[in-house]
Design a protein around this ligand. Structure first.
Ligand code: SF4
Ligand code: SF4
Length: 450
């Protein structure tokens, strides 16, 4: 489809329901309303064991580059950068093969470390620009999105709304896979597609091992931000850490934090120069400080990457990450906004030396046995007996349900949408069928299997 007017492109992207597919869920049309110098595709996929973006780039790098070209046109950017780990030579080769058709887009090879995909780090690695505290890529003239988001922008301009997404299923499954699944396909069915679970007592994580969240109900479905599904034994260190309550963590921290400084040494945002010192924040718990001092409000600077918890404090098994998340909730409930806005600072000298390689992360987390060169790439799923389509995947105002119980829907039909003047997203039926349940968080569709 050839669309001339820039505002029409923005509206099409909004109507197609494109939101950040990498995990944040920020509505993409908003990013298209600004003028920037650089459009960045963050293909680092730094969560160990996930291969979703890599599979997409190997299969269809041209679609991602086309999406970037559209965003460059809309935002006026003169330069595009696609950032990929140099370690994945076949992915690099697949992108390089297409790049000659895009003279304003260049490839940047990232090192194979965690968290190379934290957008503050990707922007610095790929452009040399440091995002200020509390800032966004936009603060330094960059729009940054995940490769799948760019592919979905291209699809949107071709008249296809977001109904499916690629997802990796890995860990304790018989046959790790990457699959293009309808939104709302149940975690249970995805595990079956991967040949089933290979241990008795297990937990399922939506996302990667470092930042993913435990799945409470396997009959619920994947959303627009679900990039991976990881199955681990229930007694695995990662699962135990996820299950620790904040109360338990505070009690343990008071007794066991030895102020060794390792969490601060390895904190990627601290290394970037931000005033974030997790070991000092752990000290505020010891003294029951509830007033918002610097080491409490610095919770606004934490990316929740998990380095402090899963890598730095693997011996004491404490979680500055959880403490920061709790402080952030507390500050928000008091209406306190982020006071940290420093800019113009230098990256710390140890930034390069303290990068933690992915092989080291896998070893420390006991995940080496699940590592594969690539999982099997499976065909797109078009028909299913049922989906529970999540309608709360995005940041912004809730989407209003537009269908009623019993209503027949076609694949791609609009079923929920945020009001026009609010930040939000649209959702479309991912299979053809009948609406059988509507809740605050999902629309259930019983599939028409004929
Ligand atoms: S939280 Fe852990 S890593 Fe950080 S200072 Fe305390 S014991 Fe050391
Ligand atoms: S989760 Fe920990 S390591 Fe990551 S940014 Fe926050 S404090 Fe730093």
């Amino acid at each position: 489809m050839v669309v001339e007017k820039l505002e029409d492109i923005i509206q099409i992207v909004r109507d197609a329901g494109v939101i950040g597919a990498g995990g944040a869920g920020f509505p993409t049309y908003v990013k298209l309303q600004v003028k920037v110098e650089i459009v960045l595709a963050n293909g680092s996929e730094c969560e160990p064991l996930l291969h979703t973006d890599k599979a997409l780039l190997k299969e269809n790098a041209a679609k991602v580059l086309e999406g970037m070209k559209i965003v460059m046109q809309v935002t006026g950017a003169q330069e595009g950068i696609i950032a990929i780990k140099g370690y994945y030579k076949d992915v690099v080769a697949a992108v390089e093969k297409e790049l000659s058709a895009y003279p304003n887009i260049r490839l940047h090879k990232l090192e194979n470390y965690y968290p190379a995909g934290d957008e503050f780090l990707t922007v610095y690695d790929a452009t040399g620009r440091v995002i200020p505290e509390g800032g966004l890529p936009l603060s330094v003239g960059v729009v940054n999105s995940n490769p799948l988001t760019y592919a979905q922008i291209k699809d949107a301009l071709d008249g296809k709304p977001v109904t499916h997404r690629m997802i990796t299923v890995a860990g304790e499954v018989a046959r790790p896979i990457v699959i293009e699944a309808p939104l709302g396909m149940s975690y249970r069915e995805l595990l079956e597609k991967a040949g089933g679970v290979t241990c008795d007592e297990y937990a399922v994580i939506d996302g990667g091992p470092m930042m993913g969240k435990l799945v409470a109900d396997l009959d619920n479905g994947i959303g627009k931000t679900s990039s991976g599904l990881l199955v681990l034994p229930e007694d695995h260190f990662i699962v135990r850490m996820r299950k620790k309550s904040i109360g338990e963590m505070v009690r343990l921290s008071k007794a066991a934090c030895c102020q060794c400084f390792r969490c601060t040494d390895l904190c990627p945002r601290n290394l970037l120069g931000h005033e974030l010192y997790p070991h000092m924040t752990m000290r505020t718990i010891d003294y029951n400080m509830v007033e918002p001092s610097q080491h409490i409000t610095s919770a606004f600077l934490c990316s929740q990457c998990g380095m402090c918890e899963l890598i730095a404090c693997d011996f004491m098994q404490l979680s500055p990450r959880k403490v920061f998340a709790e402080y952030r909730k507390l500050l928000a409930s008091k209406g306190i906004k982020n006071p940290h806005q420093r800019k113009g600072f230098d990256v710390r000298e140890s930034y390069e030396d303290r990068k933690v390689s992915i092989p080291m992360v896998l070893k420390k987390l006991g995940l080496e046995k699940y590592k594969l060169p690539y999982p099997e790439l499976m065909a797109k799923v078009l028909k299913l007996s049922k989906v529970r389509l999540p309608i709360r995947s995005h940041i912004g105002a809730p989407a209003q349900v537009l269908v009623t119980l019993g209503q027949k829907v076609m694949i791609g039909e609009l079923v929920a949408q945020t009001e026009k003047n609010s930040l939000g997203a649209s959702y479309h039926a991912s299979i053809a069928g009948s609406v059988t349940d509507i809740t605050d968080s999902y629309i259930e569709i019983l599939g028409d299997l004929k």
